[in-house]
Design a protein around this ligand. Structure first.
Ligand SMILES: *Cc1c(COP(=O)(O)O)cnc(C)c1O
Length: 387
């Protein structure tokens, strides 16, 4: 299978089929189909300290199964990849950036990406690494790529939902000797497979739709080859940003329903976006799955699903707050991707370049009619309560 094959395994194994079996060991009589979490700080280790399981910061069988599962979903058609799980998405992101970059080298980051990236930027700069930034949309990264060591892409971007052309950017970056990492959090591996689009690293927060229940933090890095994986693995050992076995097991258990959840949640997001189109108080509506969305053409080429997040802007901060207060089926909470719909006024955090009335909406797995009705009713309430 080459990296250019768009749909590895298509026609032989569906994504739902792969998800329910991802990472499971071969059946053994009298053993559970999915072994429970292994709680171990250390392992029996007579003689030479070698092998997969020596000390708990370096390896754990429950991680191994989760890593195998994520690898099967992220890069089913790419040989030689390795997956590493981390305590959180930020731990995974930091592991790639800080293991790959040296003082004097340059990195290209999005200026409209995840809200903790500016903190990362400060730290990189303090270590003598040159940080260049570019917006995600329109492949603007190309203009600042010259001589960079690493290109960091987040597509679709959170929270603006802009999309860039991963293959085009990766080809250009590689031609100039740069490595390419893609934050795949919003799409999930069922929505987009960055390694098949040419990236060297697929990185994500599994805290969001990948695990989908709002009860676990997780990060992962899928590396194109063993040499890249060795440096990221070494960083994990040095920093110790490891997952607990219980969290790793919960995350793995959640993967079985990933396709089911994504089907319903993403369909809900599309239905919601369609319903919001005709509302005159809504501006800046974004969903990559809407045919008229500025991201749609590129998204349709490189994504298999368009995600569960819709963003839009209401006329004012007060208007957005009235809307969020009036929702019955939607929790006012940060994060996204969970089976229960959440929404928040993103501007309350500061840090994102968004309008005061900007709402990031994460569609859950409720019945579509119920969710759309709740949102339309809350919009009506927010209009009626205008002072
Ligand atoms: C949430 C998020 C992160 C950070 O993940 P944590 O698990 O919260 O550390 C990184 N990138 C994107 C795009 C995110 O949405």
């Amino acid at each position: 299978m080459t990296a250019n094959t768009p749909e590895p395994g298509a026609g032989t194994t569906g994504e739902g089929t792969r998800a329910v079996r991802a990472g499971l060991p071969a059946p053994v009589k009298h053993e559970p189909s999915m072994p429970g979490p292994v709680f171990a700080a250390h392992y029996h280790l007579p003689g030479e300290p070698t092998g997969a399981y020596t000390y708990g910061r370096d390896g754990n069988p429950t991680w191994t199964q989760l890593e195998r599962a994520i690898g099967e979903l992220e890069a089913p058609g790419v040989d030689g990849t390795e997956t590493l799980v981390f305590a959180s998405g930020m731990a995974a992101i930091s592991a790639v950036l800080f293991s790959q970059l040296r003082a004097g080298e340059a990195v290209v980051l999005p200026d409209d990406g995840y809200q903790a990236l500016p903190l990362v930027r400060e730290q990189l700069t303090a270590f003598g690494i040159e940080v260049r930034t570019a917006p995600t949309g329109g492949d603007a990264q190309l203009e600042v790529l010259d001589g960079a060591r690493l290109l960091w892409i987040e597509t679709p971007s959170n929270p603006g939902l802009d999309v860039c052309d991963v293959r085009r950017l990766a080809d250009r970056a590689h031609a100039g000797g740069a490595l390419v990492a893609v934050d795949n959090t919003l799409a999930t591996p069922l929505g987009q497979r960055p390694l098949e689009l040419g990236a060297d690293f697929a990185v994500a927060s599994g805290t969001k739709q990948l695990t989908g229940h709002g009860d676990v933090l997780l990060g992962y890095v899928v590396c194109r080859d063993a040499a890249l994986a060795a440096s990221v693995r070494n960083w994990r050992k040095v920093v110790g940003a490891i997952q607990g076995p219980m969290e790793a097991w919960l995350a793995h258990r959640s993967l079985a329903t990933l396709e089911l959840r994504a089907e319903r949640q993403n369909a809900n997001a599309l239905a919601l976006a369609q319903a919001l189109r005709s509302r005159t108080e809504v501006s800046g509506l974004r969903y990559p799955g809407l045919p008229e969305d500025p991201s749609h053409a590129v998204a349709a080429r490189q994504m298999h699903r368009f995600g569960c997040v819709v963003s839009f802007t209401l006329p004012s901060r007060a208007h957005a707050e009235r809307f969020l207060d009036a929702l019955h089926l939607v929790d006012d909470a940060t994060s996204f991707g969970g089976v229960r719909s959440t929404a928040e006024r993103r501007g309350r955090w500061g840090g994102d370049a968004v309008a005061e009335g900007f709402v990031r909406f994460s569609a859950g797995a409720e019945n579509t009619e119920d969710l759309v009705a709740d949102v339309l009713r809350a919009l009506d309430t927010a209009l009626d309560q205008r002072g």
